[in-house]
Write a protein that binds this ligand. Structure first.
Ligand code: AMP
Ligand code: MG
Length: 471
């Protein structure tokens, strides 16, 4: 098999990364392969032995120049002066049949210079979890890294729970440049490196951007939009640290993330998010904070400092409105509205308020609106009836509200309890639930009568209280 690997990142100064090959594993076995994505990348092999060897890192194909990227970041608001790919390796880049350059990254591929106390490995649970959730995100129509392959190894990985089966995930993104990649050079005062990185990012993602502030504008736009899209499907990223915030505007770093069942703006699942910094509704504010950190880093390379500070301040100050406009657009579609009118924001906000008060299921309530229903999700259904009356009046001004709602309100999301059940089965060597879940979530906006059970929220004994990073 020939995969035309390249690597433009490796042409940057060698302080940007560590050249390193993945650490070989024992008995790599291909447990999942995304044929649809492989086709886009121009990978046409069906030789599972060879695919397993490549996507476990045991064979490094010609043209790939594997490396671990250096970055830093603010973790939960605290500055971490140096991070980096500690359990991931960028194998190389591929230009797909669509002409897009993408990173091919292995996660769980062994220790690097940036591993600190970690073992550089991943176990099966988080690998399958990321596979399912990132692909679901893609099929929901939201920018994200994607999952190409999952390989099981016979090397155990030791975590709190004991010895667990090792696995490696291959993920694909248009790049893995993050806010933290800029922060590290800015804080170290390596201005030439910061400039090189800025040029590289502009060329790769936003060729029309005019310098550092042009880049900032683009990233603000894509991130303000991304977070609004997450919120519109009830997604909580869980670790919105600046090192997990991409320049491309794709969702990256699926750790303790989750889709909400019952709606509440303060929902937190992540076991490490003690104070709710990254709670569902707080994501709107955190993205502004993160983008302000990017602005601070980018400014360092500008010679006319005062002017740059003024421009960056102006850009950042506009992010809350920018995000709110996206948020409004996405949420109004969820109630069938395409052209905003006066009082529409109040209409959607009042629905969210009564959903929270009545512990309504986020996904199912919205989905059932297209059948003008949803009342049975409310503890007090008459509250919904009152809202519905106002809503129905408003909908008389809309042409095709049902179809607008059908394509804005998924029927299927990767619910936590389903993911947990899928992982338990996989640990018992049963991959059928993984396959079924993948299949159902490939068409999230289609009713699939055979799979109605995947719409159900968890029963009381199935509720997942906390999600873990899986490190
Ligand atoms: P994350 O919370 O996944 O964004 O990871 C934060 C940092 O910890 C990154 O630099 C990771 O590469 C590193 N890290 C997380 N888990 C491991 C591990 N098992 N081995 C080595 N490094 C890790
Ligand atoms: Mg990370």
């Amino acid at each position: 098999m020939h995969i035309p690997f390249q690597n433009t990142f490796s042409k940057l100064p060698d302080t940007f990364y560590q050249s390193i090959r993945p650490t070989p594993v024992s008995n790599p076995k291909l447990i999942a392969f995304n044929h649809q994505l492989a086709k886009v990348l121009g990978i046409d092999s069906t030789d599972t032995t060879e695919l397993a060897a490549i996507f476990s890192g045991n064979i490094v194909p010609p043209g790939a120049e594997p490396l671990a990227q250096l970055y830093s970041g603010h973790q939960f608001g605290h500055w971490a002066p140096q991070l980096g790919d500690g359990r991931a390796i960028l194998l190389g880049e591929i230009i797909g049949i669509d002409g897009t350059r993408r990173d091919i990254q292995l996660k769980g591929s062994g220790r690097t210079k940036y591993s600190r106390m970690g073992d550089g490995r991943a176990w099966l649970g988080p690998v399958l979890r990321e596979f399912i959730i990132s692909e679901a995100m893609h099929h929901l129509g939201i920018p994200t890294s994607r999952a190409l392959a999952a390989v099981a190894t016979s090397d155990p990985v030791y975590r709190e729970q004991g010895a667990l089966p090792g696995a490696i995930l291959t993920r694909i993104a248009t790049s893995h440049l993050r806010i933290g990649t800029f922060q590290i050079f800015a804080t170290r005062g390596e201005i030439d490196h910061l400039k090189q990185l800025t040029e590289y990012a502009i060329e790769r993602h936003y060729p029309d951007a005019d310098g550092p502030m042009g880049l900032l504008r683009h990233v603000c736009d894509v991130q303000a939009k991304l977070v609004a899209q997450w919120m519109s499907v009830g997604f909580i990223h869980g670790v919105m640290n600046t090192d997990n915030c991409s320049i491309s505007g794709e969702t990256i770093d699926y750790g303790p993330c989750a889709f909400m069942d019952t709606y509440h703006p303060e929902t937190v699942y992540s076991s490490i998010d003690q104070f709710g910094r990254y709670a569902y509704a707080n994501q709107s504010k955190i993205i502004v904070w993160n983008l302000a950190q990017l602005a601070t880093a980018l400014i360092q390379q500008c010679t006319a400092k005062d002017a740059a500070i003024e421009e960056a301040t102006d850009i950042i100050q506009k992010v809350p409105d920018l995000h709110e406009n996206y948020w409004t657009k996405f949420f109004l579609k969820k109630i069938g509205i395409t052209q905003q009118r006066e009082n529409d924001r109040e209409l959607i906000n009042s629905l969210l308020e009564i959903m929270a008060d009545n512990q309504a299921d986020f996904t199912n309530t919205f989905r059932e609106l297209s059948g003008a229903d949803g009342r049975h999700h409310f503890k007090d259904p008459t509250i919904f009836d009152q809202w519905k009356e106002k809503w129905m009046n408003r909908l008389t001004y809309e042409e095709t509200p049902e179809s607008v709602m059908q394509s804005a309100n998924p029927a299927f999301i990767p619910r936590n309890h389903r993911i947990e059940q899928m992982i338990s089965s996989a640990l018992a060597d049963n991959f059928v639930p993984f396959e079924t879940l993948s299949q159902v979530l490939s068409f999230p906006y289609q009713d699939q009568a055979d799979h109605d059970q995947f719409k159900n929220p968890p029963k009381p004994d199935e509720v997942v209280q906390a999600t873990f990073c899986g490190t």
